[in-house]
Design a protein around this ligand. Structure first.
Ligand SMILES: Cc1cc2nc3c(=O)[nH]c(=O)nc-3n(C[C@H](O)[C@H](O)[C@H](O)COP(=O)(O)OP(=O)(O)OC[C@H]3O[C@@H](n4cnc5c(N)ncnc54)[C@H](O)[C@@H]3O)c2cc1C
Length: 394
């Protein structure tokens, strides 16, 4: 007789697991509290929709915190494997800006979701929507406070705590607390950070991008861009430093990042250009010879004393490492992802809950972190495939 698997939550981690589970061995049912599955997946599609990233899997693995937690899953089902699988379900991908991987032009997010759902249909997966998991009664799962479900295996894929409107509200954590399974508070990750901009500066620069920069915090450096907003700074360069920034913010109340406004020029080349410049004013040297745009120049002036600005060595140092103080993180609900949720020591290498055998937790609901740009979805997909293979081998 077939064994039964209940998958609770219907995001990308759940869908991928269901696609890879062996339906000749298992009756597979996904329970989702919304009317339809994959709402956050579709929200992700509204923006960049980076399905994964194209860098080597070894480089990719290094982007995750903690590195070891996801290493096996990512190696076993890599970005390349994902690309092959997506092609098999008729979703060809392209490598776009910054080596992120997108569906080919013209393919809408809903078409990607539908292609995955078609695969689930072929795999005889049942989807029960409007089934809100509200806890356990003995060893049964309870949905909508009234429907009891008993299954051989339960896979929780309940998502993190950001963008509540998509259904991923983190309310589930109290049920795990009751079972003495440690959960950590959700914190925003991949989010904007607040800066106390002077009024004049923000009036001139709100909405302006700082392109081709790199940003460092606590020994970690990220290339990319940020946008100056009324609130502060947002964009891939700062999102990726979320673990370091959050750590310092929580300890100190503020955190300083260093912006390299010209990462393509090393200090020697930069100084050479500046000393050889044939104009007297520093502003003109920076504009014409170093090619700093108006917003970069404005930010540099904001964080440089007059004396520093007049001295070529001092101003060059600031071009390469401009300190900007962050005073807060955006709210959890506005963040692209969250940290917190199920504490990692609660899980075995196959994501099984040590205190609740035959129950597993995958996807963003446990306390790992990754930058946006395809890394989050790749991790959810890889965890799903790893768990499916583990269960198939039983
Ligand atoms: C604006 C935005 C843009 C993003 N862009 C990207 C991107 O370009 N690339 C990338 O890699 N990542 C991106 N992400 C992140 C990515 O979407 C998430 O990391 C991913 O969706 C997490 O998948 P998951 O399966 O773990 O959980 P989720 O997708 O959050 O799904 C969890 C599901 O569980 C359901 N659920 C919750 N509680 C219950 C309950 N009690 N009972 C039943 N069901 C429940 C929820 O309704 C939800 O459908 C983006 C996120 C946002 C918000």
């Amino acid at each position: 007789m077939k064994k039964s698997i209940s998958i609770v939550g219907g995001g990308p981690a759940a869908l991928m697991t269901a696609a890879f589970l062996d339906s000749s061995k298992f009756d597979i049912t996904i329970y989702e509290k919304n009317k339809s599955v994959g709402r956050k997946f579709l929200v992700a599609g509204d923006g960049g929709f980076n399905l994964t990233h194209s860098e080597s899997i070894e480089e990719m693995i290094e982007r995750y915190t903690p590195v070891d937690f996801l290493k096996d899953a990512l190696t076993d089902f890599s970005n390349e494997d994902l690309g092959v699988w997506l092609r098999e379900i008729d979703i060809p991908t392209i490598i776009g800006s910054s080596n992120k991987v997108y569906p080919e032009e013209g393919i809408k997010p809903i078409e990607v979701l539908n292609a995955i759902l078609k695969k689930l249909e072929e795999n005889n997966v049942t989807i029960k929507s409007e089934h809100n998991w509200t806890g356990w009664k003995k060893d049964e799962l309870i949905f909508n406070d009234s429907v009891n479900v008993k299954s051989d295996y339960t896979i929780f894929a309940l998502g993190g705590g950001s963008w509540k409107v998509t259904g991923s509200d983190g309310d589930w954590s109290e049920q795990f607390d009751k079972k003495k399974i440690e959960t950590l508070p959700f914190l925003p990750s991949n989010c904007a950070y607040g800066v106390d901009w002077p009024k004049g500066f923000i009036a001139r620069n709100a909405g302006k991008p700082l392109k081709n920069i790199s940003m460092s915090c606590f020994g970690n450096t990220q290339k990319g861009e940020v946008v100056i907003t009324e609130f502060g700074l947002e964009g891939n360069a700062i999102y990726a430093l979320s673990p370091q920034i959050q750590e310092i913010l929580s300890k100190k109340g503020d955190a300083t990042v260093l912006i390299d406004l010209k990462p393509t020029l090393d200090m020697e080349v930069l100084l050479n250009k500046m000393y050889k410049a044939r104009v007297p004013k520093t502003t003109d040297i920076l504009r014409k010879y170093v090619k700093l745009g108006p917003s970069k120049l404005d930010l540099l002036k904001l964080n440089t004393t007059r004396d520093e600005f007049m001295d070529i060595n001092s101003v060059a140092k600031k071009v390469k490492a401009l300190p900007v103080t962050l005073t807060s993180a955006a709210s959890l609900d506005e963040a692209i992802s969250s940290t917190g949720g199920i504490a990692l020591p609660e899980l075995s290498e196959n994501y099984e809950l040590n205190k609740l055998p035959n129950s597993f937790c995958i996807g963003e609901m446990s306390d790992w972190n990754a930058p946006t740009g395809g890394y989050l979805l790749q991790a959810c997909f890889s965890m799903g495939v790893k768990l499916a293979k583990h269960l198939n081998s039983k």
